[in-house]
Design a protein around this ligand. Sequence first.
Ligand code: TYD
Length: 140
Amino acid sequence: MSVPAPRGCGLRTLDLKGDERGSLISIEGSRDVPFPIQRVYYIFGTQLNVSRGFHAHVDLTQLAVCVSGSCVMALDDGSVRQEFTLDRPDTALLIGPMIWREMHQFSPDCVLLVLASRWYDEADYIRNYEDFKDKVAALR
Ligand code: TYD
């Protein structure tokens, strides 16, 4: 029996529009991602052995794509934890709201592109894992 992915999360394959010149991938808000895109950011130049994240968002959906290099994203919905290796520009990881995330094992050339459903809002962050667990339990 396969283990379910964390709630609202999963890998998606992006359409590759390649030809003899090379490759192109387009991601359209509300069409290729299930939300209107309000923010785009990217993480790069991550130092060796540095991990990032260690937080959840109350009301934010994101799509993460390693457009160069690789990293490992650990997602946890309070019950299920799963690690996803992102190492292809045509593979995206959908991350629903109320998901604890950690990013590990960044390759030196990693560029992690993230599309987000909302503007940056520090008030939307849960930065303590025990608080996250309590809030998830209260929702269920
Ligand atoms: P942070 O969310 O802590 O990064 P990570 O979770 O990847 O470890 O963000 C690092 C800094 O960048 C912090 O000062 C907030 C700022 N920031 C923005 O201003 N806008 C954004 O969209 C994001 C994601 C971060």
